[in-house]
Design a protein around this ligand. Sequence first.
Ligand code: BG6
Length: 509
Amino acid sequence: MSTKPLTGHETPGDPCCIVVFGASGDLTKRKLMPALYNLKALKLLPENFALIGVAVTESNDDQYREKITSDIKQFATREVDNAEWDDFAKRSYYLSGDFNSPDTFKNLSLKIAEIQKQWALPGNILFYLAVAPSFFGKVVEQLSLVGLTTESDDAWKRIIIEKPFGHDLASARALNATLSERVKESQIYRIDHYLGKETVQNIMVFRFGNSVFEPIWNRRYIDYVQITVGEQLGVELRGGYYDQSGVTRDMVQNHILSVLSLVAMEPPASISGDSVRNEKVKVLEAIRPMEPEEILANTVRGQYGPGIIDGKTVPGYRSEPNVNPLSNTETFVAMKLMVENWRWADVPFFIRSGKRLAAHTTQIVIGFRRTPLLLFGKDVEDNIMPNRLVIHVQPDEGITMDIHAKRPGPRVAIANVPLDFSYKDFGETSAATGYETLLYDCMIGDMTLFHRYDSVDASWRIVDPILDVWQALHPRDFPNYAAGTWGPEAADKLIEKSGHSWHHYFLNK
Ligand code: BG6
């Protein structure tokens, strides 16, 4: 696993053919193509590669090259070098076809064979499924029927699957059963783009690369953990998908629980592959699924009404395109989870996420316990916060440690002093989309940052009972927060009941 920005000093990925299903979609043009181009610019894409875009839209190789050339000008995150791009474009091909039709896969097989011959490529193939979830199983099934998933000693076949992996526990299990009839677990790369984010990967380096934090990383010193993923955006043009999903499925089941498990896991035996994934899944397994009455006490859901974001009035969720005007889908969630193991017993993990919140921010706050003795008087101590460590994931990347210091002067007055470390001051901030590391890791066969099925199953086991209770008890107060706020009041009450409050901490502000 790459635990620092990819610099180009690493060895390039294995020569391969990259097949992107969903080639005309948003994800492909905004994230995947810029990420592949960044890898090329960093000399991490193998010199010998070919790319095939597959989608239903009628087009041909030349038209496709024109399209990606115009898209990259718009979405590249670094300056595009003409010579590099020309090489990229000339190695790019297009196949139009319906994913339901076996002919598409027969044609794909022929096209791959032709391209492999033309470029003298080995048999390695990376399939990227940037398609609607209902196609995941079908595409893999069809690929296997035409022999495209069969590996040999010198030819790997790897499949990157986008989220969501299932709609609930039962459908995730069914999808996994379909996949495992066709391919091995070692071929399935379940992607989570949060794990491609620089500061998320830095959690491991921070914890296990410094000797000072790990000894205090437990219930004796840590009072609570908060994870906030706030978005100012609404559902944009994804109302159709989102209304069937909601924030718990969209963000908690995957991104947030995965970040939580990195924060809470035991030190792994090594930093790659299954060692890390073994430890992550143990954390999820230690979060006991809640009983209905616990769900009512420890979770809050919300839906945004109209409000103001950046000075502009925005509509409520129920008026968004492709959203049911009577929708009960939650666009905000807050919950208190308990990791019931020796390290974390009794330490609450508060998580919250929502659309149309007051700020775009992802941050992890580790709250430490107060000092055991109030040496400087209760009044002084009451006015200062116990130490906090804030890991800023986005938009600004960095880490803040809040410590206490004496204010200069004759009296004892204590102030909170933030020790800030910002990635911006640290050196080159990478022009990354977040997908580079993950695509690169797949090309070198490193699965550390991808979800293994047991962790997907474990996170559905946490989330499913909550969704069931919510489904049975329709919310009576939706919409219950105005766009541009921090969610419903009940979310504040939820955390206040435990004697805490949500932190909104901004780097460099
Ligand atoms: C996606 C969700 O997985 O993550 C979106 O489907 C969400 O709804 C997005 O907006 C957030 O990602 P990021 O990287 O912008 O925080």
